[in-house]
Design a protein around this ligand. Structure first.
Ligand code: UN1
Length: 487
């Protein structure tokens, strides 16, 4: 069994450049807990643009050797990393809860999910490596083979500080690319942990480089002439800027951005199941998932009964320190994020939303936001229906018919995920036909992802190829069509 990498006191943050842990040469960064901002978890200096250049040079230099390494051997590093991540699930799950704010159970689950993702991709050499087509010419076959893109930039958000990096870095590596990774500056400790796991797994020098710092380092990555591909998850604004820059430089990009996901509860639904799944979808991880349920469409005849059940469950939904096992919801990522969400709730009410539920967060810190349910009167526009707040806020509308309910689910520029609750197969099939999303759940919450199936959105939620499963191969490789004829 692998030694665990654990924390004693405040962790020193370093960058990983060309296989060496180095001190940043930029401004200092302290990662503190949103639950208690006086609790500093990790400190260190951030990277400079010069250090980004060094990391890019290292990734470039390592690329040919890594691409030439057999995929099964590359998989061996991923298998070892998965074992290290698994061995540290409790320790890193605690750090994740402290640094990001989701509960320990969710944090530990996320660490184990990262390990599962590494394990899934470690077996890629056992899967299809290409295709063979027949040729219209005698004596010839046409092969479609795959090659890595080269150097991949990985830019990741705060909300899944280890699982999202895992589902970008693991496929990038297994398909033979080298990586320069910039995590969100709010969660550097978990980034350090994942990089440590890969170093301890013996990953060759320069194959993974970790750069910690502000968003301006992302600009340096996307505009670097050696970049061959960029994968991003985060806000719509930043994603679009990166996509524009990448397009300008001729670099392929995969960007996973906003969501305003609806749960639709039809009048034949199992209300107990639907209530629990909507509760989890909207309020787990304090609503900070791009797949979170932030809109709820209720068929008119069950609307009051459903809201009564949801309120009853919310009355028992305990908000507090996410490392306390009795707590179901922690803070959002920072006091400033919380202030913005609270201002958005007020703006929604000022526009006419009716407050159906607001939880008790008295005595908790600045980063805590009350779980909130707002009902939007029929026909009225409202900011909480339209904008992604990225917090524990649910906007509700009523629909008279199934068709109206599905139309309301589609009433968003985003199309990441949707959950439909019904026991009627015909209505479930109609939902599959008419709801325009990348991920549709029937009778389960709107959040969640599995490593072997495509993940990503329709409409304005995503840009470029989807992630995970076979979809990852589409992004992290390009094809060579080989016309193979004997001489
Ligand atoms: C999940 O629903 O479990 O940023 C994963 C996000 C998504 C990941 C969601 N990319 O929230």
């Amino acid at each position: 069994m692998t030694e665990t990498i654990t924390r004693t006191g405040v962790v020193e943050l370093n960058l990983l450049i060309n296989g060496v842990w180095v001190t940043g040469e930029g401004p200092e960064l302290a990662s503190s807990s949103p639950t208690n901002p006086d609790q500093v978890l990790a400190t260190g200096a951030t990277a400079t643009v010069d250090q980004v250049q060094g990391a890019m040079a290292a990734a470039r230099a390592a690329a040919p050797g890594w691409a030439a390494t057999p995929m099964a051997e590359r998989g061996g590093y991923l298998t070892r990393a998965a074992a290290i991540i698994t061995a540290n699930a409790d320790a890193w799950g605690t750090e994740l809860a402290q640094e990001e704010g989701k509960t320990f159970a969710e944090g530990r689950g996320e660490v184990l999910r990262a390990a599962q993702i590494f394990t899934y991709y470690s077996a890629e050499s056992d899967r299809l490596a290409g295709e063979v087509f027949s040729s219209p010419r005698r004596g010839e076959q046409i092969l479609v083979t795959r090659k890595p893109l080269g150097v991949i930039g990985v830019i990741t958000p705060f909300n899944f500080p280890i699982a999202i990096p895992a589902w970008k870095i693991a496929p990038a590596l297994i398909f033979g690319n080298t990586v320069i990774w910039k995590p969100a500056s709010t969660v550097p400790l978990l980034a350090l942990r994942l990089a440590q796991a890969l170093v301890e797994a013996g990953l060759p020098v320069g194959v993974l480089n970790l750069i910690i710092g502000s968003g301006s380092l992302g600009d340096a990555i996307v505009n670097h002439p050696d970049l061959d591909g960029l994968t991003f998850t985060g806000s719509t604004g930043v994603g679009r800027m990166l996509a524009a820059a990448a397009a300008g430089n001729g670099v392929p990009i995969q960007a996973e951005m906003g969501g305003k996901n609806a749960s639709v509860v039809l009048n034949d639904a199992d209300l107990e199941l639907a209530t629990e799944q909507v509760l989890f979808g909207a309020f787990r991880s304090t609503g900070q998932k791009c797949t979170a349920t932030s809109r709820l469409v209720l068929q008119e005849d069950i609307a009051d009964a459903f809201l009564a059940r949801l309120t009853e469950r919310l009355n028992d939904w305990k908000t507090g320190d996410p490392t306390d096992p009795s707590v179901q919801m922690g803070p959002v990522v920072s006091g400033s994020a919380a202030a913005e969400i609270r201002a958005s709730i007020e703006a929604s009410i000022a526009q006419g939303a009716q407050l159906r539920f607001s939880g008790d967060v008295s005595g908790l810190g600045d980063a805590f936001v009350a779980p909130t349910v707002l009902e939007i009167p029929a026909g009225e526009e409202n900011i909480s229906w339209r904008d992604e707040f990225f917090g524990p806020v649910l906007a509700v509308r009523r629909a008279a018919t199934v068709a109206e309910a599905f139309a309301l689910a589609n009433d968003s520029e985003y199309g990441l995920s949707c959950a439909v609750f019904t026991q009627d197969l015909t209505k479930a099939l109609a939902a599959m036909e008419s709801i325009d999303v990348g991920i549709l759940h029937v009778n389960s919450e709107s959040a969640g992802a599995d490593p072997h199936v495509p993940f990503g959105g329709a409409k304005k939620s995503g840009y470029g190829p989807k992630e995970q499963g076979a979809a990852a191969k589409e992004f992290f490789t390009h094809t060579t069509t080989v016309y193979l004829r004997g001489a």
